[in-house]
Design a protein around this ligand. Structure first.
Ligand code: FMN
Length: 258
């Protein structure tokens, strides 16, 4: 097997694992300024910069987000962000230039921009996450806050043409979880085209299932986690009511059918 190369950046990324318990210590302003500036330097589709992030410092709002996510550790995050797809700012800027933002010709609210704004926000979040790890901090990304999208939109006062993407909790780690295994590269990286032979791609799956089953999640140390295949099968039929995007996005002014 080809050996991989190492440097500080590569090792930061290879050692990244979600941290869900934080020391109750505040994060310095200089770190906050660094993380936010790094996030702003991520790539942005068409330079539209169509994302924003809301820093949640109010303990009551943190508790509300923990309630939405059914994850108490959200309330304990010393630094907490919600990244948001944001065409509201661009709509205001365009309107000031005379663009009619409610006309059919206005495309910032269509499905393409929605998906690209989602990418932009995720790249920014990931840049912030990597910078945080490089500074000795730990993070967990939070999709769970989307359990109640309408509640989240309400609590954060998200205006027309915005939509919440993900939360990011950051702090000094107060736990040392093991690195979670990843599937063999051959199952995830293909050459030139998607392979036709599913069975060949999935050949290493049984061994990977076993490897994942050896992993203990610190959220439940009583038993090893389910095999990867079992996790996929379970998630494949998970109830996503409340997390669906179509209707709340339409209420926020997006037209995802366009
Ligand atoms: C989009 C996204 C949403 C996630 N949402 C949550 C979440 O709500 N709560 C949580 O504890 N972890 C969440 N995670 C973390 C994943 O569970 C975690 O990254 C995955 O199990 C791999 O583990 P690792 O990060 O330790 O390598 C999320 C990760 C991503 C990328």
């Amino acid at each position: 097997m080809t050996e991989i190369m190492h440097n500080e950046t590569v090792d930061t990324l290879l050692n990244r694992r979600s941290i869900r318990k934080f020391k109750p210590e505040p994060i310095d302003d200089s770190i906050i300024a660094t993380l936010e500036t790094v996030a702003q330097h991520a790539a942005s589709s068409q330079f539209l910069n169509d994302w924003s992030a809301i820093r949640i410092s109010d303990p009551a709002v943190k508790r509300k987000l923990a309630e939405f996510g059914h994850q108490p550790y959200i309330a304990d995050a010393p630094l907490l962000y919600v990244f948001v797809l944001d065409e509201h700012r661009n709509a205001s800027i365009a309107a000031a230039k005379g663009v009619d933002t409610h006309a059919d010709a206005f495309t910032l609210t269509g499905s393409y921009r929605f998906s690209q704004a989602q990418n932009d926000a995720a790249f920014a979040l990931h840049a912030m996450e990597t910078a945080a790890y490089s500074l000795g901090l730990g993070c967990v990304i939070l999709g769970s806050i989307l359990n109640d999208v309408d509640g989240l939109i309400d609590v954060l006062h998200l205006p027309e043409y915005t939509y919440p993407l993900l939360g990011l909790a950051i702090g000094k780690p107060d736990q040392e979880p093991a690195l979670k295994p990843r599937m063999p590269r051959s199952m995830q990286f293909f050459e030139n085209a998607y392979p036709a032979d599913d069975a060949a791609v999935l050949e290493p799956l049984a061994a990977f299932d076993e490897e994942v089953h050896q992993y203990y999640d610190l959220r439940n140390t009583e038993r090893p986690v389910d095999a990867f295949s079992d996790q996929i099968a379970k998630n494949a039929v998970a109830d996503m009511t409340g997390r669906t995007v179509g209707e709340p996005a339409a209420r926020q002014g997006f037209r995802l059918d366009r």
